[in-house]
Design a protein around this ligand. Structure first.
Ligand code: THU
Length: 139
């Protein structure tokens, strides 16, 4: 699965966004190490707080289907549903990705300039990870 194909899957997922409040449609496509792909879109809510981002939709779908090992994720988004500038994953999504992925997990951010590739360690340096909690007497 090359970066262009994964990015196309993220762009397709934008179509399924439920974004009546912001008008921002976001799609994500997560490549698992077994080659399977899980897509996600943002799902907004009238109460605003329950809104979930595309990246978390994709990763939660994958986890709930038994996947634990991931290679990379493409993210595409746009105001009014059109891709222009890169939609960078929000801080909450970075932390959720951090729970399951290593520093070299790749995040592909799609824009009209192309696909910018970041490592998780670029987007969430000095992260708080499961390693910080393992070994605690409560676990
Ligand atoms: N959004 C995402 O789907 N992913 C992000 O990383 C940032 C924000 C969504 C949430 C909301 O529906 C809309 O974009 C505007 O914030």
């Amino acid at each position: 699965m090359d970066n262009i194909e994964l990015s196309k899957a993220a762009i397709s997922a934008m179509e399924r966004a439920y974004a009546p409040y912001s008008g921002c449609r976001v799609g994500a496509a997560l490549l698992c190490s077994d080659g399977s792909i899980f897509t996600g879109c943002n799902i907004e809510n009238a109460a605003f707080g329950p809104t979930v981002c595309a990246e978390r939709t994709a990763i939660f779908k994958a986890i709930s289907e038994g996947k634990r090992a991931f290679v990379k994720m493409a993210v595409a988004g746009g105001k009014n549903g059109t891709v222009n500038e890169a939609f960078m994953p929000c801080g909450v999504c970075r932390q959720v990705i951090s729970e399951f992925c290593s520093d070299d997990f790749e995040i592909l951010c799609v824009s009209t300039d192309g696909i910018a590739v970041f490592k998780l360690s670029d987007l969430l340096p000095m992260r708080f990870s499961p390693e910080n909690v393992k070994g605690s007497d409560n676990l």
